[in-house]
Ligand binder design. Structure first.
Ligand code: ARG
Length: 466
Protein backbone atom coordinates (compact mmCIF):
# COMPACT_ATOMS: atom_id res chain seq x y z
CA UNK A 1 0.00 0.00 0.00
CA UNK A 2 1.49 3.35 -0.95
CA UNK A 3 2.07 5.54 2.04
CA UNK A 4 0.72 8.53 0.09
CA UNK A 5 -3.04 8.15 0.54
CA UNK A 6 -5.63 9.57 -1.84
CA UNK A 7 -7.27 11.00 1.24
CA UNK A 8 -4.05 12.54 2.59
CA UNK A 9 -5.27 16.11 2.64
CA UNK A 10 -4.65 17.42 6.08
CA UNK A 11 -2.20 14.79 7.24
CA UNK A 12 1.45 14.95 6.31
CA UNK A 13 2.80 11.97 8.22
CA UNK A 14 2.38 8.44 6.86
CA UNK A 15 0.13 5.95 8.62
CA UNK A 16 1.81 2.98 10.23
CA UNK A 17 1.79 -0.35 8.48
CA UNK A 18 -0.25 -1.79 11.30
CA UNK A 19 -2.83 0.98 11.01
CA UNK A 20 -3.05 0.40 7.25
CA UNK A 21 -3.79 -3.27 7.81
CA UNK A 22 -6.25 -2.55 10.55
CA UNK A 23 -8.06 0.04 8.47
CA UNK A 24 -8.24 -2.00 5.30
CA UNK A 25 -11.46 -3.73 4.26
CA UNK A 26 -10.38 -4.89 0.82
CA UNK A 27 -10.45 -8.58 1.81
CA UNK A 28 -14.16 -8.16 2.54
CA UNK A 29 -15.43 -5.57 0.06
CA UNK A 30 -13.44 -6.75 -2.99
CA UNK A 31 -16.44 -8.85 -3.87
CA UNK A 32 -18.42 -5.66 -4.57
CA UNK A 33 -16.16 -4.63 -7.47
CA UNK A 34 -18.89 -4.98 -10.08
CA UNK A 35 -21.29 -2.82 -8.11
CA UNK A 36 -18.58 -0.27 -7.41
CA UNK A 37 -17.64 0.03 -11.07
CA UNK A 38 -21.24 0.15 -12.29
CA UNK A 39 -21.98 2.84 -9.70
CA UNK A 40 -19.02 4.87 -10.88
CA UNK A 41 -20.04 4.55 -14.51
CA UNK A 42 -23.53 5.84 -13.74
CA UNK A 43 -22.06 8.67 -11.69
CA UNK A 44 -19.68 9.72 -14.48
CA UNK A 45 -22.44 9.61 -17.10
CA UNK A 46 -24.65 11.76 -14.90
CA UNK A 47 -21.85 14.28 -14.28
CA UNK A 48 -21.46 14.72 -18.03
CA UNK A 49 -25.21 14.95 -18.59
CA UNK A 50 -25.39 17.72 -15.99
CA UNK A 51 -22.45 19.58 -17.53
CA UNK A 52 -20.22 18.97 -14.53
CA UNK A 53 -17.72 16.90 -16.51
CA UNK A 54 -17.01 17.21 -20.21
CA UNK A 55 -18.46 14.48 -22.38
CA UNK A 56 -14.92 13.64 -23.41
CA UNK A 57 -13.71 13.10 -19.84
CA UNK A 58 -16.80 11.07 -18.99
CA UNK A 59 -16.32 8.86 -22.04
CA UNK A 60 -12.69 8.25 -21.17
CA UNK A 61 -13.65 7.38 -17.59
CA UNK A 62 -16.49 5.09 -18.56
CA UNK A 63 -14.46 3.27 -21.15
CA UNK A 64 -11.61 2.76 -18.71
CA UNK A 65 -14.03 1.53 -16.04
CA UNK A 66 -15.42 -0.97 -18.52
CA UNK A 67 -11.87 -2.14 -19.15
CA UNK A 68 -11.18 -2.50 -15.43
CA UNK A 69 -14.37 -4.53 -15.01
CA UNK A 70 -13.44 -6.77 -17.91
CA UNK A 71 -9.92 -7.23 -16.63
CA UNK A 72 -11.00 -8.15 -13.11
CA UNK A 73 -13.66 -10.51 -14.47
CA UNK A 74 -11.13 -12.26 -16.69
CA UNK A 75 -8.38 -12.34 -14.10
CA UNK A 76 -6.03 -10.05 -16.05
CA UNK A 77 -6.22 -7.52 -13.23
CA UNK A 78 -5.97 -8.78 -9.66
CA UNK A 79 -7.41 -6.74 -6.87
CA UNK A 80 -4.52 -5.49 -4.77
CA UNK A 81 -4.84 -7.02 -1.30
CA UNK A 82 -2.88 -4.06 0.02
CA UNK A 83 -5.47 -1.54 -1.12
CA UNK A 84 -7.56 0.17 1.52
CA UNK A 85 -10.90 -0.81 0.06
CA UNK A 86 -12.51 -1.58 -3.28
CA UNK A 87 -13.48 2.06 -3.89
CA UNK A 88 -9.89 3.23 -3.51
CA UNK A 89 -8.60 0.36 -5.60
CA UNK A 90 -10.89 1.10 -8.54
CA UNK A 91 -10.23 4.82 -8.43
CA UNK A 92 -6.47 4.34 -8.15
CA UNK A 93 -6.45 1.86 -11.04
CA UNK A 94 -8.52 4.26 -13.11
CA UNK A 95 -6.11 7.12 -12.51
CA UNK A 96 -3.18 4.86 -13.24
CA UNK A 97 -4.75 3.98 -16.57
CA UNK A 98 -6.07 7.34 -17.76
CA UNK A 99 -4.29 9.93 -15.66
CA UNK A 100 -5.95 13.22 -14.80
CA UNK A 101 -9.41 12.39 -16.12
CA UNK A 102 -9.57 9.62 -13.52
CA UNK A 103 -9.08 12.15 -10.76
CA UNK A 104 -12.32 13.88 -11.78
CA UNK A 105 -14.56 10.89 -11.12
CA UNK A 106 -14.94 11.58 -7.43
CA UNK A 107 -16.46 15.03 -8.05
CA UNK A 108 -19.76 15.39 -6.15
CA UNK A 109 -19.35 12.04 -4.48
CA UNK A 110 -17.89 10.56 -1.32
CA UNK A 111 -16.96 7.07 -0.34
CA UNK A 112 -19.80 7.33 2.13
CA UNK A 113 -22.54 7.38 -0.47
CA UNK A 114 -20.45 5.14 -2.72
CA UNK A 115 -20.18 2.31 -0.20
CA UNK A 116 -23.86 2.62 0.66
CA UNK A 117 -24.90 2.34 -2.97
CA UNK A 118 -22.55 -0.59 -3.61
CA UNK A 119 -23.79 -2.52 -0.60
CA UNK A 120 -27.45 -2.01 -1.52
CA UNK A 121 -26.85 -3.14 -5.08
CA UNK A 122 -24.88 -6.14 -3.93
CA UNK A 123 -27.47 -7.18 -1.33
CA UNK A 124 -30.41 -6.91 -3.71
CA UNK A 125 -28.69 -9.27 -6.18
CA UNK A 126 -27.97 -11.81 -3.50
CA UNK A 127 -31.59 -11.64 -2.33
CA UNK A 128 -32.59 -12.95 -5.75
CA UNK A 129 -30.26 -15.92 -5.28
CA UNK A 130 -31.62 -16.69 -1.83
CA UNK A 131 -35.14 -16.56 -3.23
CA UNK A 132 -34.22 -19.00 -5.99
CA UNK A 133 -32.80 -21.39 -3.42
CA UNK A 134 -35.95 -21.12 -1.32
CA UNK A 135 -37.99 -22.11 -4.36
CA UNK A 136 -35.75 -25.16 -4.84
CA UNK A 137 -36.34 -26.17 -1.25
CA UNK A 138 -40.09 -25.64 -1.67
CA UNK A 139 -39.99 -27.93 -4.71
CA UNK A 140 -38.23 -30.61 -2.67
CA UNK A 141 -40.77 -30.29 0.14
CA UNK A 142 -43.58 -30.47 -2.39
CA UNK A 143 -42.09 -33.58 -3.97
CA UNK A 144 -41.95 -35.49 -0.69
CA UNK A 145 -45.23 -34.08 0.65
CA UNK A 146 -47.09 -35.15 -2.46
CA UNK A 147 -45.63 -38.66 -2.32
CA UNK A 148 -46.66 -38.90 1.33
CA UNK A 149 -49.91 -37.04 1.47
CA UNK A 150 -51.60 -40.09 3.00
CA UNK A 151 -48.69 -41.54 5.01
CA UNK A 152 -49.68 -41.39 8.66
CA UNK A 153 -47.33 -40.67 11.54
CA UNK A 154 -47.86 -39.31 15.03
CA UNK A 155 -48.11 -35.55 15.30
CA UNK A 156 -46.41 -34.36 18.47
CA UNK A 157 -46.84 -31.68 21.08
CA UNK A 158 -44.22 -31.46 23.84
CA UNK A 159 -42.53 -34.22 21.82
CA UNK A 160 -45.26 -36.53 23.12
CA UNK A 161 -47.44 -38.35 20.60
CA UNK A 162 -50.53 -36.21 20.24
CA UNK A 163 -52.75 -36.85 17.20
CA UNK A 164 -52.21 -38.62 13.90
CA UNK A 165 -51.19 -36.43 10.98
CA UNK A 166 -49.91 -37.15 7.51
CA UNK A 167 -46.26 -36.71 6.64
CA UNK A 168 -47.40 -34.52 3.77
CA UNK A 169 -49.14 -32.21 6.20
CA UNK A 170 -46.09 -32.10 8.44
CA UNK A 171 -43.76 -31.10 5.58
CA UNK A 172 -46.24 -28.60 4.20
CA UNK A 173 -46.03 -26.77 7.52
CA UNK A 174 -42.41 -26.03 6.62
CA UNK A 175 -43.47 -24.99 3.14
CA UNK A 176 -45.68 -22.32 4.73
CA UNK A 177 -42.71 -21.02 6.73
CA UNK A 178 -40.43 -20.86 3.71
CA UNK A 179 -43.10 -19.13 1.62
CA UNK A 180 -43.30 -16.42 4.27
CA UNK A 181 -39.50 -16.22 4.28
CA UNK A 182 -39.57 -15.69 0.53
CA UNK A 183 -42.15 -12.94 0.86
CA UNK A 184 -40.16 -11.31 3.63
CA UNK A 185 -37.15 -11.09 1.32
CA UNK A 186 -39.32 -9.52 -1.37
CA UNK A 187 -40.45 -6.88 1.14
CA UNK A 188 -36.89 -6.21 2.28
CA UNK A 189 -35.72 -5.87 -1.32
CA UNK A 190 -38.36 -3.23 -2.05
CA UNK A 191 -37.41 -1.08 0.94
CA UNK A 192 -33.72 -1.54 0.16
CA UNK A 193 -34.01 -0.44 -3.44
CA UNK A 194 -33.54 3.27 -2.82
CA UNK A 195 -30.39 5.00 -3.99
CA UNK A 196 -28.17 6.80 -1.49
CA UNK A 197 -25.92 8.11 -4.27
CA UNK A 198 -25.63 11.89 -4.34
CA UNK A 199 -25.85 12.19 -0.56
CA UNK A 200 -22.06 12.61 -0.79
CA UNK A 201 -20.24 12.74 2.55
CA UNK A 202 -23.35 13.65 4.55
CA UNK A 203 -24.77 17.01 3.50
CA UNK A 204 -25.26 16.71 -0.26
CA UNK A 205 -23.31 18.78 -2.76
CA UNK A 206 -23.05 22.21 -4.33
CA UNK A 207 -22.96 20.67 -7.81
CA UNK A 208 -26.17 20.49 -9.85
CA UNK A 209 -26.26 16.66 -9.84
CA UNK A 210 -29.24 14.55 -10.80
CA UNK A 211 -29.86 11.92 -8.17
CA UNK A 212 -32.84 10.69 -10.14
CA UNK A 213 -30.61 9.93 -13.12
CA UNK A 214 -28.11 7.79 -11.20
CA UNK A 215 -30.91 6.07 -9.30
CA UNK A 216 -32.65 5.14 -12.56
CA UNK A 217 -29.43 4.08 -14.28
CA UNK A 218 -28.63 1.72 -11.41
CA UNK A 219 -32.09 0.18 -11.25
CA UNK A 220 -33.28 1.82 -8.06
CA UNK A 221 -36.93 2.68 -7.55
CA UNK A 222 -36.03 6.11 -6.19
CA UNK A 223 -33.46 7.91 -4.06
CA UNK A 224 -33.10 8.56 -0.34
CA UNK A 225 -34.74 11.77 0.78
CA UNK A 226 -32.30 12.74 3.52
CA UNK A 227 -28.58 12.79 2.80
CA UNK A 228 -27.59 12.08 6.41
CA UNK A 229 -29.92 9.11 6.61
CA UNK A 230 -28.70 7.89 3.23
CA UNK A 231 -25.08 7.56 4.30
CA UNK A 232 -25.51 6.53 7.91
CA UNK A 233 -28.25 3.99 8.11
CA UNK A 234 -27.76 0.30 7.60
CA UNK A 235 -31.25 -0.84 8.49
CA UNK A 236 -31.40 -2.62 5.15
CA UNK A 237 -28.55 -4.86 6.34
CA UNK A 238 -30.34 -5.51 9.61
CA UNK A 239 -33.56 -6.27 7.81
CA UNK A 240 -31.90 -8.69 5.42
CA UNK A 241 -29.97 -10.38 8.22
CA UNK A 242 -33.16 -10.68 10.20
CA UNK A 243 -34.89 -12.32 7.23
CA UNK A 244 -31.84 -14.62 6.93
CA UNK A 245 -32.05 -15.43 10.64
CA UNK A 246 -35.68 -16.47 10.26
CA UNK A 247 -34.80 -18.69 7.32
CA UNK A 248 -32.05 -20.27 9.42
CA UNK A 249 -34.41 -20.75 12.34
CA UNK A 250 -36.84 -22.60 10.08
CA UNK A 251 -34.04 -24.63 8.50
CA UNK A 252 -32.75 -25.45 11.95
CA UNK A 253 -36.09 -26.78 13.16
CA UNK A 254 -36.41 -28.89 10.03
CA UNK A 255 -32.85 -30.12 10.58
CA UNK A 256 -33.62 -31.02 14.16
CA UNK A 257 -36.58 -33.10 13.04
CA UNK A 258 -34.55 -34.81 10.34
CA UNK A 259 -31.91 -35.66 12.95
CA UNK A 260 -34.56 -37.10 15.28
CA UNK A 261 -36.34 -38.96 12.51
CA UNK A 262 -33.03 -40.49 11.37
CA UNK A 263 -32.27 -41.88 14.83
CA UNK A 264 -32.86 -45.55 15.63
CA UNK A 265 -35.38 -44.39 18.23
CA UNK A 266 -37.65 -42.86 15.57
CA UNK A 267 -36.41 -44.48 12.36
CA UNK A 268 -38.92 -42.48 10.31
CA UNK A 269 -36.49 -41.51 7.58
CA UNK A 270 -33.13 -42.55 6.27
CA UNK A 271 -31.00 -39.91 4.66
CA UNK A 272 -29.29 -40.66 1.40
CA UNK A 273 -25.63 -41.63 1.83
CA UNK A 274 -24.71 -38.48 -0.08
CA UNK A 275 -25.77 -36.38 2.89
CA UNK A 276 -24.46 -38.39 5.81
CA UNK A 277 -21.13 -39.32 7.30
CA UNK A 278 -19.78 -42.29 9.19
CA UNK A 279 -17.81 -42.45 12.37
CA UNK A 280 -14.05 -42.98 12.46
CA UNK A 281 -14.46 -45.55 15.22
CA UNK A 282 -18.04 -46.86 15.28
CA UNK A 283 -18.71 -48.78 12.08
CA UNK A 284 -22.49 -48.87 12.55
CA UNK A 285 -22.88 -45.10 12.47
CA UNK A 286 -24.64 -43.01 9.88
CA UNK A 287 -24.64 -39.46 11.11
CA UNK A 288 -26.79 -36.58 9.87
CA UNK A 289 -23.86 -34.16 9.85
CA UNK A 290 -25.29 -31.89 7.17
CA UNK A 291 -28.49 -31.32 9.10
CA UNK A 292 -26.48 -30.79 12.28
CA UNK A 293 -24.29 -28.25 10.54
CA UNK A 294 -27.30 -26.35 9.28
CA UNK A 295 -28.62 -26.29 12.85
CA UNK A 296 -25.21 -25.20 14.09
CA UNK A 297 -24.75 -22.46 11.52
CA UNK A 298 -28.00 -20.87 12.61
CA UNK A 299 -26.14 -19.40 15.58
CA UNK A 300 -23.65 -17.78 13.22
CA UNK A 301 -26.34 -15.94 11.33
CA UNK A 302 -28.02 -14.79 14.56
CA UNK A 303 -24.54 -13.55 15.52
CA UNK A 304 -24.27 -11.63 12.25
CA UNK A 305 -27.61 -9.97 12.99
CA UNK A 306 -26.75 -9.17 16.61
CA UNK A 307 -23.31 -7.90 15.66
CA UNK A 308 -24.78 -5.48 13.13
CA UNK A 309 -27.47 -4.22 15.46
CA UNK A 310 -24.94 -3.71 18.22
CA UNK A 311 -22.42 -2.03 15.94
CA UNK A 312 -25.07 0.51 14.92
CA UNK A 313 -26.74 1.23 18.23
CA UNK A 314 -24.48 3.95 19.60
CA UNK A 315 -23.40 5.71 16.42
CA UNK A 316 -23.95 9.43 16.11
CA UNK A 317 -24.93 10.60 12.63
CA UNK A 318 -23.64 10.37 10.02
CA UNK A 319 -20.95 7.94 8.76
CA UNK A 320 -18.56 6.37 11.29
CA UNK A 321 -15.85 3.86 10.45
CA UNK A 322 -17.56 1.32 12.71
CA UNK A 323 -19.92 0.86 9.78
CA UNK A 324 -17.20 -0.79 7.73
CA UNK A 325 -17.93 -3.83 9.90
CA UNK A 326 -21.42 -4.15 8.40
CA UNK A 327 -20.27 -6.02 5.32
CA UNK A 328 -18.46 -8.87 7.01
CA UNK A 329 -21.62 -9.80 8.90
CA UNK A 330 -23.91 -9.18 5.97
CA UNK A 331 -21.86 -11.29 3.57
CA UNK A 332 -21.43 -14.07 6.09
CA UNK A 333 -25.17 -14.16 6.76
CA UNK A 334 -25.98 -14.27 3.05
CA UNK A 335 -23.31 -16.90 2.24
CA UNK A 336 -24.36 -19.11 5.11
CA UNK A 337 -28.06 -19.02 4.33
CA UNK A 338 -27.37 -19.80 0.68
CA UNK A 339 -25.19 -22.81 1.47
CA UNK A 340 -27.68 -24.16 3.97
CA UNK A 341 -30.65 -23.81 1.62
CA UNK A 342 -28.59 -25.38 -1.11
CA UNK A 343 -27.81 -28.54 0.85
CA UNK A 344 -31.23 -28.87 2.44
CA UNK A 345 -33.17 -29.15 -0.82
CA UNK A 346 -31.52 -32.32 -2.20
CA UNK A 347 -31.22 -33.81 1.28
CA UNK A 348 -34.99 -33.57 1.76
CA UNK A 349 -35.76 -34.71 -1.76
CA UNK A 350 -33.65 -37.87 -1.52
CA UNK A 351 -34.48 -39.00 1.99
CA UNK A 352 -36.10 -42.42 2.27
CA UNK A 353 -39.36 -42.24 4.18
CA UNK A 354 -40.09 -45.29 6.30
CA UNK A 355 -43.85 -45.23 6.28
CA UNK A 356 -44.23 -48.54 8.15
CA UNK A 357 -42.30 -47.25 11.13
CA UNK A 358 -44.26 -44.03 11.12
CA UNK A 359 -47.51 -45.92 11.04
CA UNK A 360 -46.44 -48.32 13.80
CA UNK A 361 -45.45 -45.37 16.01
CA UNK A 362 -48.86 -43.82 15.40
CA UNK A 363 -50.57 -47.03 16.54
CA UNK A 364 -48.91 -47.22 19.91
CA UNK A 365 -49.43 -43.91 21.56
CA UNK A 366 -53.18 -43.41 22.25
CA UNK A 367 -53.09 -40.67 19.67
CA UNK A 368 -56.72 -41.40 18.80
CA UNK A 369 -57.89 -40.51 22.34
CA UNK A 370 -59.29 -37.14 21.20
CA UNK A 371 -61.27 -38.96 18.53
CA UNK A 372 -62.64 -41.36 21.12
CA UNK A 373 -63.80 -38.37 23.17
CA UNK A 374 -65.34 -36.88 20.01
CA UNK A 375 -67.15 -40.23 19.51
CA UNK A 376 -68.94 -39.71 22.81
CA UNK A 377 -69.62 -35.99 22.31
CA UNK A 378 -71.22 -36.69 18.96
CA UNK A 379 -73.55 -38.99 20.87
CA UNK A 380 -74.62 -36.32 23.37
CA UNK A 381 -71.97 -36.40 26.12
CA UNK A 382 -70.43 -33.01 26.97
CA UNK A 383 -66.83 -32.70 25.85
CA UNK A 384 -65.44 -32.30 29.39
CA UNK A 385 -67.23 -35.44 30.62
CA UNK A 386 -66.12 -37.38 27.57
CA UNK A 387 -62.57 -36.11 28.05
CA UNK A 388 -62.55 -37.40 31.65
CA UNK A 389 -64.01 -40.79 30.74
CA UNK A 390 -61.46 -41.31 27.96
CA UNK A 391 -58.68 -40.33 30.38
CA UNK A 392 -59.86 -43.10 32.70
CA UNK A 393 -60.07 -45.58 29.81
CA UNK A 394 -56.49 -44.69 28.74
CA UNK A 395 -55.09 -45.29 32.22
CA UNK A 396 -57.03 -48.56 32.41
CA UNK A 397 -55.51 -49.62 29.06
CA UNK A 398 -52.00 -48.72 30.24
CA UNK A 399 -52.49 -50.73 33.44
CA UNK A 400 -53.91 -53.74 31.59
CA UNK A 401 -51.69 -53.68 28.50
CA UNK A 402 -54.26 -52.57 25.91
CA UNK A 403 -54.41 -49.73 23.41
CA UNK A 404 -57.73 -48.09 22.51
CA UNK A 405 -58.04 -50.18 19.37
CA UNK A 406 -57.67 -53.48 21.24
CA UNK A 407 -59.73 -52.84 24.37
CA UNK A 408 -62.78 -55.17 24.25
CA UNK A 409 -66.21 -53.62 23.82
CA UNK A 410 -67.49 -55.01 27.14
CA UNK A 411 -64.74 -53.02 28.89
CA UNK A 412 -65.78 -49.91 26.98
CA UNK A 413 -69.37 -50.51 28.04
CA UNK A 414 -68.43 -50.31 31.73
CA UNK A 415 -67.53 -46.65 31.08
CA UNK A 416 -70.48 -45.70 28.90
CA UNK A 417 -73.46 -47.48 27.36
CA UNK A 418 -73.02 -45.25 24.30
CA UNK A 419 -70.03 -47.25 23.06
CA UNK A 420 -70.96 -49.53 20.16
CA UNK A 421 -69.00 -51.75 17.74
CA UNK A 422 -68.60 -48.87 15.26
CA UNK A 423 -66.22 -47.16 17.70
CA UNK A 424 -63.26 -49.20 16.39
CA UNK A 425 -63.80 -47.96 12.88
CA UNK A 426 -64.19 -44.39 14.07
CA UNK A 427 -60.95 -44.35 16.00
CA UNK A 428 -58.85 -46.00 13.31
CA UNK A 429 -55.87 -43.86 12.29
CA UNK A 430 -57.25 -43.42 8.77
CA UNK A 431 -60.60 -42.27 10.14
CA UNK A 432 -58.90 -39.89 12.57
CA UNK A 433 -57.17 -38.17 9.65
CA UNK A 434 -60.06 -38.42 7.21
CA UNK A 435 -62.53 -36.90 9.65
CA UNK A 436 -60.47 -33.78 10.06
CA UNK A 437 -62.46 -31.62 7.69
CA UNK A 438 -61.54 -28.13 8.89
CA UNK A 439 -59.61 -25.91 6.49
CA UNK A 440 -55.87 -26.18 7.02
CA UNK A 441 -56.20 -29.47 8.92
CA UNK A 442 -54.33 -32.69 8.27
CA UNK A 443 -57.45 -34.10 6.54
CA UNK A 444 -56.83 -35.42 3.04
CA UNK A 445 -58.84 -32.69 1.33
CA UNK A 446 -56.98 -29.96 3.16
CA UNK A 447 -53.60 -31.47 2.31
CA UNK A 448 -54.61 -31.63 -1.35
CA UNK A 449 -55.58 -27.98 -1.20
CA UNK A 450 -52.26 -27.06 0.39
CA UNK A 451 -50.40 -28.95 -2.32
CA UNK A 452 -52.33 -27.01 -4.98
CA UNK A 453 -51.52 -23.70 -3.33
CA UNK A 454 -47.85 -24.58 -3.07
CA UNK A 455 -47.69 -25.64 -6.72
CA UNK A 456 -49.23 -22.34 -7.80
CA UNK A 457 -46.86 -20.42 -5.55
CA UNK A 458 -43.82 -22.19 -6.99
CA UNK A 459 -44.97 -21.70 -10.59
CA UNK A 460 -45.68 -18.06 -9.94
CA UNK A 461 -42.24 -17.45 -8.42
CA UNK A 462 -40.43 -19.39 -11.13
CA UNK A 463 -42.26 -17.32 -13.73
CA UNK A 464 -41.01 -14.16 -12.04
CA UNK A 465 -37.45 -15.44 -11.95
CA UNK A 466 -37.32 -15.92 -15.72
N1 ARG B 1 -14.39 0.98 3.40
C1 ARG B 1 -15.31 1.92 3.95
C2 ARG B 1 -16.54 1.19 4.49
O1 ARG B 1 -16.73 0.07 4.15
C3 ARG B 1 -15.75 2.88 2.89
C4 ARG B 1 -16.25 4.17 3.40
C5 ARG B 1 -15.15 4.99 3.94
N2 ARG B 1 -15.58 6.30 4.28
C6 ARG B 1 -14.84 7.07 5.09
N3 ARG B 1 -15.32 8.24 5.35
N4 ARG B 1 -13.73 6.67 5.59
O2 ARG B 1 -17.28 1.70 5.27
Amino acid sequence: MSSQKMWAGRTAGATSRMADDFNSSIHIDARMYREDIRGSMAHAAMLAEQGILTAEDADTIIEALEGILRDIDSGVLTIDPEAEDIHMFVEATLTERIGDAGKKLHTARSRNDQVAVDTRMYARERIKEIKEKIVELLEALLFVAEAHKTSILPGYTHLQRAQPVTFGHHLLAYAQMFMRDYDRLTDAAVRMNVSPLGACALAGTTYPISRAATAAALGFDGYAQNSMDAVSDRDFCVELLSACSLIMMHLSRLSEEIILWSSWEFAFVELDDAYTTGSSIMPQKKNSDMAELVRGKTGRVYGDLMGTLTMLKGLPLAYNKDMQEDKESLFDGIDTVLRCLEIMAPMVRTMKVKTDNMYAAAQRGFINATDLADYLTKRGVSFRTAYKLVGEIVSYCIREGYVLDTLPLEDYKTYSELFAPDLYEEISLEACVEKRISDGSTGFASVDAQIDTLKKYINDKKGLQK
